[in-house]
Design a protein around this ligand. Structure first.
Ligand code: F6R
Length: 617
């Protein structure tokens, strides 16, 4: 949530910052702003709305400065107004600050500062933080002797702060310098050729450099035109470790696609291939993972698995639960990360803990990971963003290698999580009772998944035509059973978030216990009807809906014998292995929600009220 960019170098700061903000816009798009430092002057331009609004305002200023900061906001404290847009400037005019996170004790600090004569222009916690820096700067110049007074006043301020932050600060007395810091909100530093860029994530700086330093919690970065240094809140110097980003700017470009969501839906075959590469044993009967940092023997000793995640990633955990229990016969528990962190649930000591997160920055998932570690559990992460907070804090993990996911609605990251979940199930099953030949069959099925997804994607024009017929409804139900019950939840979530159409996901047989009251000709149902042992039960549930005049879209296996006329529309899936089925079934619901949202004129890549990476509680 919220994207931040800071630039120190020789180029026009505003154009680099605006480009970065456009790439970070998926993190929040309520307002945007920049502040540049021209000598000892701070010039601010900010505007409610998208980065393109800001770009128009900034163009009028003709900024030429080579140092600046910029922000794209997802509102937490204070409404969506120009005044609440970042950067915020301290009431003495000396400091400008951008912030991603939440300052929990801001009210108390605001009262304190108001008593000292500080005035506030906005309702934000960020402006309080900015003024607190000004307060410390004015109060304690002597203490900073021999050290940079700007850096020290930020450090001192942050010691008084409760909450989360990724910040970048400018000070009129230190032209060409930026101080950045982070606690629980992501911040990385790009080390370019004679220039340094602070950003919430790599997409904002990868067009200028692939060399990055990932800041750790409690670290500050001090950028000057001559170089940068890192230190901690306790004034200890930190030796920077420069990592290299393995993807390039082309990976996060739209190309010929209309939206990132569309692009990412169509990238799924490649994303699945990347998630599997090098991850099967030489005999082709099981999975292998390089980064778990836990031996096969220790893994074998685990008597239970616990998975925590949020949103779509939580749905991927539910499918994983089904597959592990089905194929490996080991009990699995799945919890929302946001619930687990406060629930204090009793866990068996021989539990292996997993978190799943595309971004690796979701604050609740990170907190669940920390809570599990605090309780002494080993925590593995399934994560897409290399170097993310979750990746760095987990004891081991599996990278998804799905490439950057920019669309706010998760698609390729979801199916790659499903695939990795299926591989974990295989790995555990082969340590227990699954035979060699069943293992080989399972591996071959996973290897075939990308081609089956390609087949499903070919149905896009047909699904688009179906979507047109359903886009005018106000409510929709998604119904599935077993491993496709989580897909029903995912289908409903996808539709809600990008088309603003009310949708619910339910286990098909649960309909009779309440939701069936919703059914009429005005409420269509999407049924997952795969071939298998409970196909006939699903057909019965469909009959119950039909009897009440509910329109039906069936997503059924080719060759399954649906009674003629039962479904109004049918989308066929190829017959496949149980471990692959949820991946294949994801494609029609992604396409259906994408096309319904387009038909309703929604901004699919930037749905209202949402942001891609949820870094506040
Ligand atoms: C929905 C969606 C969200 C995320 C959730 C967790 O399409 O994308 O529900 O799945 O916010 O995000 P990560 O996986 O980054 O932890």
């Amino acid at each position: 949530m919220c994207g931040i960019v800071g630039y120190v170098g020789k180029q026009n700061a505003v154009s680099i910052i605006l480009e970065g903000l456009k790439r970070l816009e998926y993190r929040g798009y309520d307002s945007a702003g920049v502040c540049v430092q021209q000598g000892r002057r701070l010039d601010v331009a900010k505007k409610a709305g998208r980065v393109e609004n800001l770009a128009k305002v900034a163009a009028k200023h003709r900024f030429t400065a080579t140092t600046g900061i910029g922000h794209t906001r997802w509102a937490t404290h204070g409404g969506v107004t120009d005044a609440n847009a970042h950067p915020h400037v301290s009431s003495d005019g000396k400091f400008a600050l951008i912030h991603n996170g939440v300052i929990e004790n801001y009210a108390q600090m605001k009262t304190f500062l108001a008593g000292k004569g500080f005035a506030f222009q906005s309702e934000t916690d960020t402006e309080v933080l900015c003024n607190l820096i000004a307060y410390h700067y004015a109060k304690e110049p002597a203490r900073a002797k021999g050290r940079n007074r700007f850096l020290e006043s930020v450090r001192k301020t942050l010691r008084h702060v409760e909450g989360t932050y990724g910040i970048a600060v400018l000070c009129t007395d230190f032209p060409g310098e930026i101080v950045g810091a982070r606690k629980a909100s992501p911040l990385i530093l790009g080390v370019g050729d004679g220039e340094y860029i602070l950003a919430s994530d790599a997409s904002a700086l990868v067009s200028r450099t692939q060399n990055v330093v990932y800041l750790k919690d409690g670290e500050l970065a001090h950028l000057t035109p001559k170089g940068f240094s890192l230190s901690t809140l306790d004034q200890a110097d930190v030796s920077p470790v420069v990592d290299r980003i393995t993807w390039s700017i082309a990976d996060s470009e739209l190309g010929s696609h209309a939206h990132f969501m569309e692009k990412e839906i169509f990238e799924q075959p490649a994303a699945l291939e990347n998630a599997m590469r090098g991850r099967f044993s030489a005999d082709g009967s099981t999975a292998q993972f390089g980064g778990l940092n836990i031996s096969a023997g220790e893994f074998r000793e685990m008597e239970r698995f616990m998975f925590c995640a949020c949103g779509t990633a939580w749905h991927a955990c539910l499918v994983t639960e089904h597959l592990i229990e089905r194929f490996a016969r080991v009990p699995v528990e799945v919890d929302y990360a946001s619930e687990f962190r406060y629930r204090n649930s009793p866990l068996d000591p021989r539990t292996l803990f997993f978190v799943m997160s595309q971004s690796g920055e979701t604050i609740d998932t990170l907190a669940a990971l920390r809570e599990a570690k605090r309780k002494g559990y080993r925590v593995m992460a399934v994560n897409n963003v290399v170097g993310s907070s979750i990746a760095r804090e987990a004891d081991g993990g599996i990278y998804q290698h799905a490439g950057p996911e920019v669309g706010v609605a998760s698609t390729k990251a979801f199916t790659s999580q499903l695939l990795i979940g299926a591989m974990i199930a295989l790995y555990v099953a082969r340590m227990r009772d699954m035979s060699f030949s069943d293992g080989v069959e399972y591996v071959n099925a996973l290897k075939g998944a990308p081609d089956l997804v390609r087949q499903m994607l070919k149905q896009a024009p047909r699904i688009k035509a179906i979507a047109k017929r359903y886009a005018h409804y106000h409510d929709m139900l998604f119904l599935g059973r077993l491993s496709l019950f989580p897909l029903a939840l995912e289908g409903a979530l996808k539709l809600k978030e990008i088309s603003y159409l009310h949708a619910e996901g339910y286990p098909a047989a649960e309909m009779k216990h309440g939701p069936i009251a919703l059914i009429s000709e005005k409420c269509p149902s999407v049924f997952f009807a795969p071939k298998g042992e409970i196909f006939s039960k699903i057909v019965s549930s469909m009959q119950e809906i039909k009897a009440r005049k509910g329109p039906i879209i069936a997503i059924a296996t080719a060759g399954a014998e649906l009674p003629p006329g039962l479904a109004d529309d049918v989308i066929l899936m190829p017959e496949c292995h149980e471990a692959v089925l949820p991946i294949i079934a994801s494609i029609p619901v992604q396409l259906l929600s994408y096309y319904i949202a387009l038909e309703r004129g929604c901004d699919v890549d930037k749905p209202r009220n949402l942001a891609k990476s949820v870094t506040v509680e």
